[in-house]
Design a protein. Structure first.
Length: 549
């Protein structure tokens, strides 16, 4: 019944928008990908702006385009809108609050603040904003093909047989699925430091979220011939700063409840205690050690509400995410299930395995899954936290130098201010002990500008796509910009640019930046570290040209 109520609200929003909304199949449970019936009959949907991806950036883009008088549609892969913000990540990382404006602050005001709101409440806000703007939401629309004429996209074809034709398209997915199918260049993984003259890209032995004391990596301590414990790479450590295709770890942002008002941690099918042998050795490595269940100590951040990974062995499935960005839908479903098994198994292990220190078991037993959130998936989040997918390569690549304000983009479409942040990518053996690798946490000294050119592809590749989520950035720079409020900021800017491109009948690369800036400021976007009043003269920013990609 709770599941029906959830989508009764969605159906009501849909009816007001005048378009069908809601799931077309029975509850599939915890799945990323599952079959959906063919549309009967298939629809040919014609709009001005088609947004693909139900992330916060996608909602903001569609709402903004509609507010500018364009007919917009939002096509969503699954059953929910709001991405990670409605998928459990309600304690949003921002950096400097004053750097966020426009639809992002509107959302936070409606939701009740920058954090602490419930995931279901966030989704209701997103749906209401779409409804009020007259944006129809097409759930369970999985991109199958992109129709192009030269460098111009004309339509998207979906697995259920529907087609959306549009003048402008916005890829708001976490993976970059639309622009990749359209033939736009991209990067997966980490660049060498030498590629853009950076200092914290590529292979990095972690300084944060590291083992707090030495832990033997071998099945028989001290005996390399016995083999490594699960979760440790057999590859030797590489030269610091060398690039690869490894992805920072994903997890589910559990929304925990007290055990007296929650669902006990489930034991998943496929549970194998040996998967946590390294964690068990770590937890028992210093008898009586005070595990804090916070970011500084771990073994995870566990509290009522939004929970996250903490430490070198936690809810992050280290090594499990690297294939996701370029995987097909069925392979992603397999990876999705692996993440569920790993993380649910981890929580059951911490709460129940007799080898786990009693104080740890007692603490974890004090929490469980919520009865009143994620009701259609048994209290477990429906969204996997894809922290990083493909990253577009455009004529302007945001780098560490932008984050440090050594390079300033003169065509700002929003600010970012959070630290350059990457979760671990692997575990390796160094001098006979296991070490976590990949975590980066370097502060940006102040808010910095994000270039308009970083959200549009090279014109030779496509002239009518905008990319506010998987924008053109290096791994370390993306780590600072990959925050949900920033995606909303860039989504609004992308929706604005799409409308202006239609008005002027020009490619997105030729949008008049002065007009774009004027409209963004009028809509309360924050474009400079200190944005002057509209009537005040604007000093030209300092500019150094970024390295050529």
């Amino acid at each position: 019944m709770k599941y029906a109520i959830l989508f009764t609200f969605a159906a009501a929003i849909s009816a007001l928008a005048g378009e069908p909304l809601g799931p077309t199949t029975p509850n599939p449970g915890l799945h990323y990908y599952y079959p959906v019936p063919a549309a009967t009959p298939p629809q040919m949907i014609q709009v001005d702006v088609c947004v693909y991806g139900g992330t916060p950036g996608g909602v903001a883009a569609a709402v903004q385009a509609a507010r500018m008088g364009k007919k917009a549609a939002l096509a969503v892969f699954g059953r929910h809108v709001g991405g990670m913000t409605s998928g459990g990540l309600t304690e949003m990382d921002i950096g400097t609050m004053a750097a966020i404006g426009g639809i992002a602050t509107e959302f936070m005001t409606r939701a009740g603040g920058r954090g602490g709101f419930r995931p279901s409440a966030a989704e209701k806000v997103f749906l209401t904003m779409a409804q009020q703007a007259g944006v129809p939401v097409y759930f369970e629309h999985r991109l199958q093909d992109v129709v192009k004429s030269g460098n111009h996209v004309t339509a998207l074809k979906f697995e259920n047989g529907d087609t959306i034709e549009a003048k402008m398209f916005i890829d708001a997915t976490y993976e970059g699925d639309l622009f990749a199918r359209a033939g736009v260049s991209y990067r997966v993984g980490r660049e060498d430091n030498s590629t853009y003259g950076e200092t914290i890209n590529g292979f990095q032995i972690a300084k944060q979220h590291q083992f707090l004391f030495p832990v033997d990596p071998y099945r028989t301590p001290g005996n390399p011939a016995s083999g490594l414990l699960p979760g440790i790479s057999p590859e030797p450590p590489r030269t610091p700063g060398t690039g690869d295709k490894l992805e920072q770890a994903y997890n589910f942002r559990m929304w925990a409840a007290r055990s007296d008002n929650g669902i006990p941690w489930p034991k998943p099918d496929g549970y194998n205690a040996d998967d946590y042998a390294l964690l068990l050795r770590y937890l028992n490595g210093k008898p009586g050690f005070d595990w804090k269940f916070n970011y500084a100590v771990g073994p995870l951040k566990l509290n009522v509400g939004d929970c996250n990974s903490a430490g070198p062995f936690s809810t992050d499935f280290v090594g499990g995410s690297s294939a996701w960005p370029e995987a097909g839908y069925t392979d992603r479903e397999r990876i999705f299930q692996q993440h569920i098994t790993y993380q649910q198994g981890l929580m059951w292990f911490l709460a129940n395995d007799p080898g786990v220190p009693e104080a740890v078991r007692t603490h974890v037993q004090g929490f469980g899954l919520p009865k009143d959130e994620f009701v259609d998936t048994g209290g477990w989040p429906h969204e996997l936290y894809v922290r990083e997918g493909r990253r577009m390569i455009s004529d302007y690549v945001m780098t560490e130098h932008n984050c440090m304000s050594d390079i300033v983009a003169e065509d700002s479409v929003g600010l970012a201010s959070y630290q350059m942040d990457s979760h671990n990518t692997s575990r390796v053996v160094v001098d006979g002990a296991v070490r976590a690798e990949g975590c980066v946490a370097k502060k940006a000294p102040k808010p910095y500008q994000i270039s308009y050119r970083s959200i549009v592809p090279k014109q030779s590749e496509c002239d009518n796509i905008l990319v506010p989520v998987c924008l053109s950035a290096t791994h370390v720079a993306y780590g600072s910009m990959r925050m949900e409020p920033v995606f909303m900021v860039l989504g609004q800017s992308a929706g604005t640019a799409a409308a202006l491109a239609i008005n002027a009948n020009v490619p997105v690369q030729k949008v008049d930046y002065a007009k774009l800036r004027e409209r963004l400021l009028a809509d309360k976007q924050v474009l400079d570290t200190f944005t002057p009043p509209p009537s005040a003269p604007r000093s030209p920013p300092t500019l150094r040209t970024p390295p050529t990609p």
